[in-house]
Design a protein. Structure first.
Length: 201
């Protein structure tokens, strides 16, 4: 091999490594997964995190226990099964609020529950303006097998690396935006939710 060809090959390898290192791993996975286009996180045009029809169908069809609850109404403030939440969102045309939490080990998650989720303002908001879904990742208590698998898929799909993380989806499951809780009051956080929902319409 000539010196010129060797030099060209080395430059090509170095350039490929440089370009690959500059792209987020999540984006690279999505290119192979469903050919999505790059979009900045938080942009309402982001297609990388949208739930595909296959993923929605998986939530509905996977597991006998999930089949029983897929069209069941909420038994409290929160949904725990995505199938039921997607069905309610479709019927009501309300956005979906996903709360990724470590309820029994994360102090930030516990403060979010106490200072926001347990407050009357949030309860009223969650009952009438969104379809709330809690995705819990406890360390001290067991999670039902069906829920554990669903929650892990959701965490991977939305690239959740910190708890708590709150994500808003459109009624059809399309990704809108995400929030990280920093000791914000219920009133201020609800204001942010409403602003994001209004902007997406």
């Amino acid at each position: 091999m000539s010196l010129r060809k060797s030099t060209s090959l080395v430059l090509f390898v170095l350039l490929t490594a440089l370009v690959t290192s500059c792209l987020p791993s999540r984006f690279l996975k999505d290119q192979f997964y469903r050919g999505s286009t790059p979009a900045r996180r938080g942009n309402t045009g982001n297609t990388i995190y949208n739930l595909t029809k296959y993923e929605k169908d998986t939530f509905v069809s996977e597991g006998t226990e999930r089949k029983k609850v897929q069209t069941a109404p909420r038994t409290g403030l929160w949904h725990f099964y995505m199938a039921a939440a997607l069905q309610e969102a479709e019927d009501s045309n309300l956005p979906i609020l996903l709360s990724f939490t470590g309820s029994d080990w994360s102090s930030h998650c516990q403060r979010l529950a106490e200072n926001v989720y347990n407050q009357p303002e949030f309860v009223a908001f969650a009952q009438t303006e969104v379809v709330p879904v809690q995705l819990d990742y406890p360390k001290l208590t067991a999670v039902k097998p069906g829920l554990a698998g669903q929650n892990e898929r959701m965490k991977t799909h939305f690239d959740v690396v910190a708890f708590p993380t709150i994500i808003l989806l459109a009624p059809n499951g399309d990704y809108l935006t995400r929030f990280e809780y920093r000791d914000t009051s219920a009133k201020r956080l609800i204001k942010k939710f409403r602003s994001a929902i209004k902007k997406a319409r």
